[in-house]
Design a protein around this ligand. Structure first.
Ligand SMILES: NC(=O)c1ccc[n+]([C@@H]2O[C@H](COP(=O)([O-])OP(=O)(O)OC[C@H]3O[C@@H](n4cnc5c(N)ncnc54)[C@H](OP(=O)(O)O)[C@@H]3O)[C@@H](O)[C@H]2O)c1
Length: 251
């Protein structure tokens, strides 16, 4: 398939690489600033243009991977005629694209993507189209990129996006504040990494509730008290510890 990407950030870059890997042709990379577009275009063998350039309407699909707030801002720059246009946002309605083409949809990669990543991780795609034919088209296209593809409308997508923030952004925040605690206490955060990876990998096959461990689930009050005394010097971390302990004890 011939695809044009609007955007040259994290998602645009990883999707561009994925398209190339699966023998799709990236025709153009269109971006507000030309330098990032040129970098990505060189990597995937496409033409780079900025918003003053002319989109090549030979593309079968335009994938818009710009910041959520920029989605509606960037589209009026182009006349995409009756072309299929999709966005990649988890929390933005499919219908923001309605004014720009009768054929539109969502191709949401449910993964944390960074252009610096060396390898492309497993990416589930959630697809939704303006009508059944577009949804089917996007579903087939997504299946050419990933074995994990699901149809999902706005309401469920935003719910799953909420869940994604909790499991990904919140756990990472816990790592960040724990790393800070370790730094202050002159402890090695590196020594915790095998534990972090083991805990995460367990849930591939078991429900997280079944493998919950630690003093809170054991209702080990003595150990909890010791930890809370240590955390007196870290009031915000102590509050987080207490809230999560309560959540584990009273699920
Ligand atoms: N990153 C993820 O893990 C992830 C995962 C799933 C979905 N998404 C979604 O994918 C979309 C892109 O996210 P991203 O992480 O790739 O963003 P990003 O790395 O921050 O890249 C932002 C892109 O948006 C463009 N942009 C920003 N403000 C603009 C404006 N006012 N007008 C025109 N263009 C503008 C930037 O252009 P310049 O280069 O000119 O600044 C750049 O191409 C978002 O909808 C996001 O919610 C992200």
């Amino acid at each position: 398939m011939q695809v044009t990407i609007i955007g040259a950030g994290n998602v645009a870059t990883v999707i561009g690489r994925l398209l190339k890997k699966h023998q799709h042709q990236v025709l153009q990379v269109i971006n507000r600033s030309i330098e990032p577009a040129q970098r990505l275009a060189a990597e995937v063998g496409a033409e780079a243009i900025d918003y003053q350039g002319k989109p090549n309407l030979d593309a079968d699909m335009f994938i818009i991977a710009v910041s959520d707030h920029a989605l509606q801002e960037c589209l009026p720059h182009f006349n995409l005629d009756h072309k299929l246009v999709v966005h990649t946002a988890g929390s933005v309605s499919r219908d923001v694209l309605k004014p720009f083409s009768p054929f539109y949809g969502v191709l949401y990669p449910l993964q944390s993507l960074r252009k610096e990543m060396q390898e492309i991780p497993e990416i589930p795609f959630l697809v939704d189209g303006s009508d059944e034919a577009v949804t089917k088209y996007l579903e087939d296209f997504a299946r050419s990129l990933s074995p994990m593809v699901a149809r999902m409308g706005d309401d469920d997508r935003i719910r799953l996006h909420t869940a994604a923030v909790i499991v990904s952004n919140f756990t990472n925040h816990l790592y960040a504040i724990t790393e800070d605690f370790c730094r202050h206490e002159h402890l090695s955060f590196d020594l915790l990494k095998p534990l972090i990876l083991e805990t995460a990998s367990r849930i591939r096959h078991v429900s997280p509730a079944e493998v919950q461990t630690g003093p809170a689930v054991r209702k080990d009050i003595q150990t909890l008290d010791k930890h809370l005394r240590i955390l007196t010097a870290y009031p915000k971390l102590r509050t987080t510890y207490l809230r999560l302990t309560d959540s584990i004890m009273n699920p």
